[in-house]
Design a protein around this ligand. Structure first.
Ligand code: PLP
Length: 369
């Protein structure tokens, strides 16, 4: 088992008193679901992003599903996104009954190639879904111009980009709505599943609140279908409130780790992350490229280092999405990247000594492959 697979345990050791206090305060409150912690977290998370509303939900996938439904995406519609993403982005579009339409990504930063979006728009397109992948934002000015020209709303997938900024604007504040995941590894992670959808549009927010609560506006009376039970629970909300106060520190530590990789690995064959103009990267994952990636990963295993690939199979080439009809070669940059990328250890509780030891091992492997 690799010593660099992130688990919550080192963070828990550092934050244990606060986390246990959060859990205890909820258990003693007498309210386990839809209580004060969810309400306060929603207010604080919306304020942190400078938007009006936040609806806490049960995970990031449902934050996208409900976000799509709330902005009016219907079965049979088309949603333009990327295949170079975590599969849940596309799973969510599929769950709504809409068709994902993929554009390729830019080779230099792995993000949506916005210049391909306009040609992908049809009369069925009802949403543009940029993914702020790995911790940095898609080029939003041209995307917003296209959205405005065609009257199509933007839903931002911010599952990997809590606190990322783009020309000073924070991820999640640049579209009609934005979906977040609080899966434990995320830049803001819960101690279990969680998610949220934020917006400054009160109609969208009202719809989100109904949809996550069976479609009810008041108890026992459904006013909107199809409803869901997609509530964020009180314990996770209270933990997230505590951790939100430390979000800037988590991001700061991630940047320190990235800076160290840049200092110590820039003379190797690795292609290190390129930060796009105007972006403040939060390094949810630290993805690098190497032309002999598989040999590097195999050699690292000899040193008990098992690294992750985010993601080994582009979504359009996965078996469950073959019906979408994207042949091999249809998204060439996405497909090329999948064969070359891998992720270096990146989590705030990674110590300097651990990182240094890892860099030594990696440098040795890179010199030998
Ligand atoms: C880009 C992206 N979108 C959506 C999701 C879905 O989030 P969750 O795992 O909380 O459902 C994830 C997380 O896996 C993700 O990385």
């Amino acid at each position: 088992m690799s010593q660099y697979v992130w688990g919550y345990l080192p963070e828990y050791e550092q934050e244990r008193d606060d986390i246990l206090d959060a859990v205890d305060s909820v258990f003693r409150s007498g309210k386990l679901v839809m209580g004060p912690s969810v309400r306060q977290f929603e207010e604080e998370f919306a304020a942190w992003h400078g938007v009006e509303h936040c609806a806490g939900v049960d995970n990031g996938t449902n934050a996208i599903v409900l976000g799509l439904r709330a902005i009016g995406v219907k079965p049979g519609d088309e949603v333009i996104t990327v295949s170079n993403t975590a599969a849940p982005t596309v799973v969510a579009i599929d769950a709504v009954g809409a068709t994902p339409v993929f554009v390729d990504v830019l080779e230099e930063n792995y993000l949506m190639d916005v210049t391909q979006v306009e040609a992908a728009i049809t009369e069925k397109t009802s949403c543009l879904l940029p993914v702020h992948l790995y911790g940095q934002c898609v080029d939003m000015a041209p995307l917003r111009a296209i959205a405005q020209k065609h009257g199509i709303p933007i839903l931002e997938d911010c599952a990997q980009s809590h606190g990322a900024r783009h020309h000073g604007e924070v991820a999640g504040s640049m579209g009609l709505a934005a979906a977040f995941s609080f899966y434990p590894t995320k830049v803001l992670g819960a101690y279990g599943d969680g998610g949220a959808t934020i917006t400054s549009d009160s109609t969208v927010d009202a719809s989100l609140r109904r949809l996550r609560y069976y479609g009810m506006e008041t108890v026992y009376h459904v006013v909107q279908t199809p409803g869901h039970n997609s509530r964020l629970d009180e314990v996770q909300a209270e933990i997230l409130r505590r951790k939100l106060r430390r979000l800037d520190a988590y991001i700061g530590r991630r940047r320190e780790i990235a800076d160290r990789y840049a200092e110590e690995l820039s003379d190797t064959e690795l292609v290190l992350p390129a930060v796009a103009a105007g972006n403040d990267h939060v390094y949810y994952v630290h993805v690098v490229r190497h032309p002999r990636r598989d040999a590097v990963l195999e050699a690292l295993k000899e040193h008990d280092v098992f690294l992750n690939i985010s993601y080994p199979w582009p979504v359009h080439r996965q078996r469950g999405f073959q019906h979408l009809g994207y042949a091999e070669g249809s998204l060439p940059v996405t497909e090329k990247l999948a064969g070359e990328i891998f992720s270096l250890p990146m989590y705030p509780s990674l110590s300097d000594a651990e990182q240094e030891k890892f860099i030594d091992v990696l440098r040795g492997v890179l010199a030998a492959v």
